[in-house]
Write a protein that binds this ligand. Structure first.
Ligand code: SF4
Ligand code: SF4
Length: 378
């Protein structure tokens, strides 16, 4: 099993998306000294392969020189961990020089786009569409692979057909993200999607995806289909993420995940101290997230999806006082889509292996099957 370290060079961001919960305009920027400490920390930390994701805030605020030094340091000094890299950025600050560097390290880029210009700019900010598209063109010109996270909110859910068609017609792959109530926002529910709406959206996207599987990739559906097939989660939300995911904030503080960065109660240690797994396990944040695992084992014990859901995301499950008072509130959505995938694949299995008189078999031009999604290479 690989482990995942998210590097957060800054919690600042030049944009100010209406629904965003994670920006700190006063944030410091990570120094290259901190990257050197990350290297020292990880040299003897674990033996499995590591994936580094540069995340934020906006990670490109660290600038070209930071990446020019950080990437060789991480990849050469930690070569025994076979490091892979990824970047999550709004692309506004991407320059051709940076894109060339990222291309040398085969860094896939995730960016954010909420649909056509009017939808995107309504829920993120005026002019944001153009700025992201400008960066996207630079990324493409330098052969970077870019996929987009599309945040669906209580507003854009009403426009789901228009949004899906936009991605389809423009040849853009998509990963959907439901707007969440934040632990930090003043009006946490304003943009949030209800679990039922999220479940219906997943089923809608499954339907559309099966119609257009050769033209677009909907990554969430791929992950969910694979999880049902393999009986275990393939992304952090559906596994016990604690202990295999860490985030390093701009000052070197270590957190369980990027979503906690900047929240002092969730600091597990600092890269300067080169903590071992045992040291991190002594932290309150580690213990809290492990209590979530125990809670899920009990609370979800009767759920037929527990093996590949694992109670969802612990961050989503925490209340504003940092206490666990339930599983991930998206449980309803997860149950809806897991049931849909299971029912459909069972039906496909029956109709394809046991010919039923009067029922037509899938022909050459029929739409993709759930099984095909399950077997799709990652
Ligand atoms: S806390 Fe949630 S987002 Fe973070 S690693 Fe765990 S499942 Fe993923
Ligand atoms: S679907 Fe709900 S009940 Fe089932 S494992 Fe996931 S969070 Fe628990």
């Amino acid at each position: 099993m690989a482990f995942h370290v998210m590097l957060i060079p800054s919690m600042n961001c030049p944009s100010n998306c209406n629904y965003c919960w994670g920006v700190d305009k006063e944030s410091e920027t990570m120094s290259i000294e901190t990257i050197k400490e990350v290297v020292e920390w990880l040299e003897n930390f674990r033996e499995e392969p590591v994936t580094f994701t540069f995340h934020g805030g906006e990670p490109l605020l660290a600038g070209f020189d930071f990446y020019r030094e950080a990437l060789p340091l991480l990849s050469k000094r930690l070569s025994h961990l076979k490091p892979a890299f990824a970047l999550q950025s709004n692309l506004w600050l991407l320059t051709p020089e940076m894109a060339q560097l990222f291309s040398e390290y085969n860094i896939p880029v995730g960016s954010s786009l909420d649909g056509p210009k009017d939808v995107n700019d309504f829920q993120r900010g005026k002019g944001y569409y153009e700025k992201t598209m400008r960066g996207y063109e630079i990324a493409k010109a330098n052969d970077l692979s870019v996929s987009f996270i599309c945040t669906f909110t209580s507003h854009s859910i009403k426009l789901k057909e228009e949004i899906f068609n936009y991605f389809l017609e423009n040849g853009l792959n998509l990963k959907l993200h439901p707007a969440l109530p934040s632990l930090r926002a003043e009006d946490p529910e304003k943009w949030a999607l209800s679990p039922e709406e999220y479940g219906e959206l997943l089923i809608y996207l499954l339907d559309e995806y099966l119609e257009h599987a050769d033209e677009i990739e909907v990554k969430n559906i791929d992950h969910l289909a694979k999880a049902v097939f393999m009986r275990r989660g393939t992304v952090c939300t559906y596994v016990d993420c604690m202990g295999d995911t860490f985030a390093v904030g701009p000052d070197g503080s270590i957190y369980p995940c990027y979503r906690f960065v900047g929240m002092p109660d969730y600091v597990m240690g600092n890269v300067r101290d080169h903590p071992s797994m045992e040291d991190l396990a002594e932290s309150e944040a580690w213990k809290l997230l492990h209590r979530f695992k125990d809670y899920v084992d009990e609370e979800c014990s009767d759920c037929k999806y527990i093996k590949f859901c694992r109670g969802g995301c612990p961050y989503n499950a925490l209340n504003r006082d940092g206490e666990i008072e339930g599983v991930d509130p998206h449980c309803t959505a997860y149950k809806m889509i897991f049931k849909e995938l299971t029912d459909r694949v069972n039906k496909e299995f029956l109709t394809s292996s046991l010919p039923i008189p009067g029922m037509s078999q899938p022909g050459k031009n029929s739409k993709a099957s759930v099984m095909k999604l399950m077997l799709k290479p990652s």
